[in-house]
Design a protein around this ligand. Sequence first.
Ligand code: DX5
Ligand code: ZN
Length: 235
Amino acid sequence: MSRAKLDSIRAAGPAILPSLLQCDFGDLRTEIEKLTVAGTRVLHLDVMDGHFVPNLTYGMPIVEGLRRHTDMPLDVHLMISDPIAYAQPMVDAGADLLTFHVEAVDDCVEVAGKIRDMGVGVGVAINPDTDFAKLDCCLDSVDMVLVMSVNAGFGGQQFNPVALDRLRSLKERKPDLLLEIDGGIKAETIGDARAAGCDLFVVGSAIFGQHDYETAINELTQAMHGSPPAAGDQS
Ligand code: DX5
Ligand code: ZN
């Protein structure tokens, strides 16, 4: 639990971050082992409260349980209405980077400052339909921007290319800001996101829908670096 882990997240980029939304929660230890063997260096945890988004996932006990199984940095995506209420408990549970949604808060500079004071990295996320200008005031207060390429709430949705323009714009304005994309990332979309300047690629279905995580991650890595998916590849 420290901003030192933020450096390892930065150093991992460009990197694929498996999203623990569609994994086997009945056997998390095995899932983490398989992802580690497959070369994962950072995990992305999707926390949903059934209020900010309709879906409900998990909270601190799962984060704390994962923390006991791995030293990997934990990138926690808070899709919750009151991020500050749960920020310190998440940090105590082992989160290394906490991302809140700009749509969920009144003052994103204040929220970012409070999270940073807890000694972890801080990110701000924005949904595709939200006015992009809402981010302007907090770009100097965060370590990372999470550009959503689907509406937060569910895995398996279709990629929205508005995210690519947003990544390009952020890269141009703030070249040192860490950029992450989340939603609909697969072999057909990851190359464009990389070309737009993205560092961290959150992937759910295109890993957990596959039998062999290592093969899935290798194919995504190749596609990220510009090799087109093989003919007939349905991933
Ligand atoms: C969406 C979640 C994503 C999602 C990605 O609200 O934040 O992390 O699990 O899943 P895929 O890759 O299936 O779009
Ligand atoms: Zn996410």
